[in-house]
Design a protein around this ligand. Structure first.
Ligand SMILES: [Zn+2]
Length: 80
């Protein structure tokens, strides 16, 4: 399942801030516009067992060929 995460638009570090408001980044020590990115989990299995792993935005966006902005702007109910 693919989902969006909010990140600092300067340093790309994730934040728990709301997506529609500027956020305070503790790393940059600045209030910045949010950057919407995508992330998803995968399950890797072999005969000995299985693990769940997170695919972080840099790789996830390359695999899907889209960004969080594309997803949120095309979601049902979003005004364009
Ligand atoms: Zn930052």
């Amino acid at each position: 399942m693919c989902f969006t995460v909010t990140a600092c638009s300067l340093c790309n570090k994730a934040s728990n801030a709301y997506q529609n408001e500027d956020l305070w980044c503790n790393y940059c020590a600045k209030k910045v516009p949010p950057l919407i990115r995508i992330k998803f989990n995968i399950q890797i299995e072999d005969p000995t067992g299985a693990i769940e792993a997170a695919v972080f935005p840099g790789i996830a966006e390359t695999i899907y060929g889209i960004t969080g902005i594309n997803i949120t702007s095309t979601a049902p109910g979003v005004k364009k």
